[in-house]
Design a protein around this ligand. Structure first.
Ligand code: MG
Length: 443
């Protein structure tokens, strides 16, 4: 038997084993109809943005309604620093674009919505696109009656391992914070001495004496931070032991050559990862950083454009990809990014801050549950008001994030409760941070 006939034989055998060997086209259609619970083509009838702020961050949720009464999907388009621009992009442009299109063709929708603005890959339009995209995945999960991670291929782990943030203005305060996180069950803890860049260690903001900038502008000099950070690691390793994983966020803020020197110094403390040692504008420095130190590097929370992450992954210059998935355009591109990263043993550490909505956190967690190259996830902390607005939001237990066993993203929005939490008065921009002489620091 030649190979062609052998394959044909196997194919017929397999069909027979499935009981499909004697099916007629009509019977096959009936089987499909049964298996898909009678799914019929549905159209998008409306796409709209909902704003709410139960915990200070300015959340933007996109709701996609369909031609089936009561069936809708939710997505996250939260861009805390420019939320109303996303609302406009959704209500004035994406709604009209999406109406009447098929809810099931997510890939087609993403590709065409992505290019519908012609210019693309910016944070505002990526967040709007993310809201629409996640909502369509939510709807597909509801139609399949499966949690979203099941649609992706099922679970790779029982829950999502998370890290928590510990901080203190001095070593003792930080140590107490670390111990408290350990008692809560966390095995991965991010340590920061004060705020990002330990700006409280800087003194003499001369620019303020010279009346340069505004009195409210922040001040940070590199040297106090660069001197204190290795000592901070030394203190926590010597007092809290070697069994916990330590993480740290540089948050850009220093020059590339300073970052190279700092990471070399930190290598002896075995950090789990050091985050954002360079700004995205200095991506070209990663190859020099990598050649100087084996400290694991996490990067990407400010990325919007594939050209920012593809070279870092394919040239094996980072260890953790840390994009904010609404900022790259949603679930569809994040899934593809995860697959690319798996081939280069780059693990995920999706950005999961307080200014991501619970819908966005749920999307992170569904990916985390499924992908093989999951690394770590930021833990979530929702107050009662947030949980009232978002029933089904992910929960934490013993350092793990858990999703409800519910179809789609598994999360809903109570719009009446959401309306009780309008945006804060302050528009929400990132305030200037300056060196002693007033030079702007990024960010
Ligand atoms: Mg960060």
């Amino acid at each position: 038997m030649d190979r062609r006939h052998a394959l044909k034989g196997i194919g017929l055998g397999a069909i027979g084993a499935l009981g499909l060997g004697k099916t007629t086209p009509d019977a096959t259609a009936q089987t499909y109809e049964k298996a898909t619970r009678g799914l019929k083509p549905l159209k998008i009838t409306k796409v709209r943005a909902i704003t709410t702020s139960p915990m200070s961050a300015r959340l933007v949720i996109i709701k996609v309604e369909t031609s089936e009464p009561g069936l809708y999907g939710l997505g996250c388009g939260t861009y805390n620093q420019r939320p109303l621009t996303v609302v406009t992009a959704v209500n004035e442009y994406l709604d009209d674009f999406a109406r009447g299109r098929d809810v099931d063709d997510i890939e087609d929708m993403w590709q065409n919505a992505y290019t519908s603005s012609y210019w693309r890959n910016g944070p505002v339009l990526n967040n709007a696109l993310s809201g629409l995209d996640m909502a369509l995945w939510d709807i597909k999960g509801k139609r399949a009656n499966m949690p979203l991670y099941q649609l992706l291929g099922g679970r790779s782990r029982f829950a999502v391992d998370c890290y928590s943030h510990a901080s203190g203005r001095d070593f003792k305060e930080l140590e107490d914070s670390v111990r408290s996180k350990m008692e809560q069950g966390f095995r991965h803890i991010r340590i920061q001495l004060g705020g990002y860049g330990s700006s409280h260690l800087s003194s003499q903001p001369h620019f303020k004496e010279a009346d340069f900038g505004l009195a409210s502008d922040g001040h940070m000099d590199s040297l106090p931070y660069l001197k204190a950070t290795p000592k901070m690691f030394e203190h926590i390793r010597s007092t809290c032991g070697d069994d916990i994983e330590l993480l740290h966020d540089v948050h850009e803020r220093i020059r590339p050559i300073e970052a190279i020197n700092l990471l070399k110094e930190l290598e002896q403390y075995r950090p789990f990862f050091i985050e954002d040692p360079l700004s995205p504008e200095q991506n070209g420095y990663f190859k020099y950083l990598r050649s100087q130190t084996s400290v694991p590097i996490a990067m990407g929370e400010l990325f919007n454009n594939p050209h920012e992450w593809v070279p870092l992954i394919t040239e094996r210059l980072i260890d953790f990809i840390r994009v904010h998935i609404t900022q790259i355009g949603g679930f569809t591109p994040a899934r593809k990014l995860a697959t690319l990263a798996e081939h280069f043993d780059v693990r995920s550490a999706w950005h999961g801050p307080g200014d991501l909505s619970p819908v966005g956190h749920a999307a992170n967690a569904h990916l985390d549950m499924n992908i093989h190259n999951f690394g770590i996830q930021e833990s979530v902390h929702f107050n009662d008001a947030m949980r009232e607005v978002f029933p089904g939001a992910p929960t934490m237990k013993n350092g793990y994030m858990h999703l409800p066993e519910a179809p789609g993203l598994g999360i809903d929005i109570n719009e009446e409760a959401a309306a009780k939490h309008p945006f804060p008065e302050h528009p929400g921009y990132w305030s200037p941070l300056r060196r002693r002489d007033g030079t702007a620091v990024r960010p």
